[in-house]
Design a protein around this ligand. Structure first.
Ligand code: BMA
Length: 401
């Protein structure tokens, strides 16, 4: 073949590629960290591309404890209710590193690392939040005394923030897979959450938007550049907000955020309002994620004690569906809050367990085509070959749950 013929052939081949524009556009979206590991990049792109049709279901501390049980290997209230584990698992770092071996909810850090590895081995996703103690006063995360300005670079207590981030970095560095091809397990880190509320020391009434943005950027820059961590996706998750500009008021910038989230709880007194309000809010988050090339997620929600027996299909599912529009991205995952194990907190649970009033409806929810639990997970840590798309098992398969 002459050189000219070969060039023509190459041109023809290249011309045939734009037949896959939508897919390429979605695959082109990349995490905010230009040096993100291969698996982290795959996770980001896959969450984004699955979100139009699917939403991964997640539960906080699912493997650690449930209603009236704690630390029993293999147990999960979700799995015992519907036959499948969640697809997303939320974990908590708080109160403060260095205070002992257990976090604020009596979860042991070593056990948590083991569970995170199990989640990764199951093909699931780990997301980590942090109710960090107030570093100025020694109070809890809910001590809203002004603190942020004391711990920013150049401020007198900055070393206390650095000390915590050093320990966080060590913990994140220890999140590696097993075996000879050991590698970092990608994680979603969700720092400084619910800042539109005023119940945490990094909240709306305790710091200015500028201070918040500096705190966020310092956190990311320190972990990424000083500590060289590239297996992290960062989730920004305001609580309730008024409109787009309120949502973006403290936005640290596209170079610092991967996931646009929302924390929003159902409460008996606001059910009527939430029916109208929530789909609109989720839509704003999804639209912003689309515009900024990010993933959209419902980063925390739930209806404490789930007193409405049809809540899963009649409320949550409908609202997730209404957030997705034709060909645009939708809500990639939803995480319901924890099922407290202690009898003194017997009304603090958000996922069903066998016998709970909404258990039957949760089974229906878990079998819906949109919702993905662990048994229908596509391979999230691998980019699909161009043109092949993500493979999600049909909902019919999960009839065996
Ligand atoms: C809150 C409650 C607390 C818990 C904290 C951190 O929403 O669930 O009981 O200690 O989150 O997980």
């Amino acid at each position: 073949m002459t050189l000219i013929k070969a060039q023509r052939l190459l041109c023809l081949l290249l011309l045939s590629i734009p037949a896959l524009p939508a897919l390429n556009a979605q695959n082109a979206a990349a995490p905010s960290d230009p040096e993100a590991t291969r698996r982290t990049r795959a996770l980001f792109a896959n969450l984004r591309s699955l979100s139009n049709e699917h939403t991964l279901f997640g539960h906080q501390d699912d493997l650690a404890y449930g209603v009236y049980w704690q630390r029993e290997d293999g147990r999960s209230d979700v799995q015992e209710t519907c036959g499948a584990y969640p697809a997303v698992f939320g974990w908590e770092l708080g109160r403060k590193f260095g205070r002992g071996k257990w976090n604020i909810d009596s979860v042991n850090y070593d056990a948590m690392r083991r569970w995170m590895r199990q989640v990764y081995d199951m093909g699931g996703v780990n997301t980590i939040g942090w109710h960090l103690d107030n570093l100025s006063t020694g109070g809890t995360a809910w001590d809203t005394s002004t603190t942020v300005r004391d711990i920013l670079p150049g401020a007198p207590l900055h070393h206390l923030l650095v000390e915590q981030l050093d320990m966080l970095a060590d913990y994140l560095k220890s999140l590696r897979s097993r075996g000879i091809f050991s590698h970092y397990i990608p994680v979603i880190l969700r720092p400084w959450h619910e800042h539109t509320g005023s119940w945490f020391w990094w909240g709306a009434r305790s710091c200015t938007p500028e201070e918040y943005v500096r705190l966020w950027r310092f956190t990311v820059d320190y972990l990424r550049n000083e500590k060289g961590l590239h297996h992290i996706l960062y989730a920004y998750s305001p609580d309730v907000f008024e409109d787009e500009s309120h949502y973006m008021r403290n936005y640290p910038g596209d170079e610092y955020v991967d996931i646009l989230g929302l924390d929003y709880y159902y409460r008996s007194y606001n059910l009527e309002q939430i029916k109208i309000d929530l789909p609109a809010k989720l839509r704003i988050v999804a639209d912003l994620a689309e515009q900024h090339g990010k993933v959209a997620a419902f980063t925390e929600t739930g209806f404490e004690t789930i007193p409405d027996k049809n809540w899963w299909t009649q409320m949550l599912l409908r609202q997730l569906q209404s957030a997705a529009r034709d060909k645009s991205i939708g809500i990639a995952y939803v995480l319901v809050w924890r099922n407290a194990y202690h009898r003194s907190k017997s009304d603090h649970y958000y996922a069903p367990f066998p016998g709970q009033v909404s258990a039957g409806d949760f089974i229906q929810f878990s079998r819906d085509e949109r919702i993905i639990l662990q048994d229908r997970l596509p391979k999230l840590y691998k980019r699909p070959k161009n043109g092949s798309g993500l493979k999600v098992a049909g909902a019919s398969l999960s009839q065996n749950k």
